[in-house]
Design a protein around this ligand. Structure first.
Ligand SMILES: C[S@@+](CC[C@H](N)C(=O)[O-])C[C@H]1O[C@@H](n2cnc3c(N)ncnc32)[C@H](O)[C@@H]1O
Length: 210
């Protein structure tokens, strides 16, 4: 089964994948993706989370790497919901639905606001859906946690993998962190291609895959 891990900035690495026709995408971009466009000012945090310029570039690049009709499940901090949904739609993806992963204790608790479960938006690329397993409900149980401080749990990821990627197909994750999507793919008999810019998390993912 295909299993590739790339160390680097996905904005530089994804152009190497154009036309590879991945079957599905499961990813968890950082809240401050594109932050470098707004250096150094706490005053412009709304711009960082609400401006979709970088998200749009990312979503457009990813669309060029998948099969027609491929499904993308995109986790995000809910502060970035308007930017993420707008950016992916503007990049040509169709919005399908939202998924919730139940978390007893969220890895995030900020400024005294509610502790959120994980939310993911589900998009599909233009074209007829390439694969659809019979889906369960839209609230997923987490199962074992991943090693990353804002990690995604394996049980929920396995269910998503089964539902959006055909057996033997390949899932792309441009922000793999500690690699739980890769782990879920291995356990479900799917291939995986992951990218991570941080050397520590890249090595954690690599060690798990060895
Ligand atoms: C929210 S975390 C993903 C955590 C992952 N879901 C897990 O459970 O381990 C986002 C990851 O993206 C990485 N990252 C940030 N910017 C990146 C970029 N431009 N290209 C590739 N990876 C990036 C960060 O180092 C971080 O590990």
């Amino acid at each position: 089964m295909l299993f590739e891990l790339h160390h680097g900035n996905c904005i530089n690495v994804l152009p190497e994948f154009l036309g590879r026709g991945f079957d599905a995408v499961i990813t968890d971009p950082p809240l401050n993706f594109g932050h470098e466009d707004f250096p150094g000012s706490a005053a412009n945090w709304r711009d960082k989370y609400e401006d979709g310029t970088a998200q749009r570039q990312l979503a457009g690049l990813i669309r060029e790497c998948v099969k027609p009709g491929a499904v993308a499940v995109v986790f995000f901090d809910t502060r970035a919901l308007p930017a993420v949904s707008r950016a992916w739609k503007e990049a040509g993806w169709h919005y399908r639905r939202a998924l919730t992963v139940r978390r007893a204790q969220s890895p995030r608790c900020w400024e005294g606001w509610w502790v959120a479960s994980d939310i993911a938006l589900v998009f599909s690329a233009p074209g007829l859906p390439s694969y659809s397993h019979s889906a369960g409900g839209d609230v997923l149980e987490p199962g074992p946690e991943s090693a990353h401080p804002v990690g995604k749990p394996i049980g929920a990821l396995r269910e998503i993998v089964r539902n959006i990627c055909p057996p033997g197909g390949t899932v792309l994750d441009p922000f793999m962190g500690s690699g739980p999507v890769g782990e879920a793919c291995r356990l479900e008999g799917r291939g995986f291609v992951g990218v991570e810019s941080d050397a520590h998390w890249f090595n954690v993912a690599k060690a798990k895959a060895a």
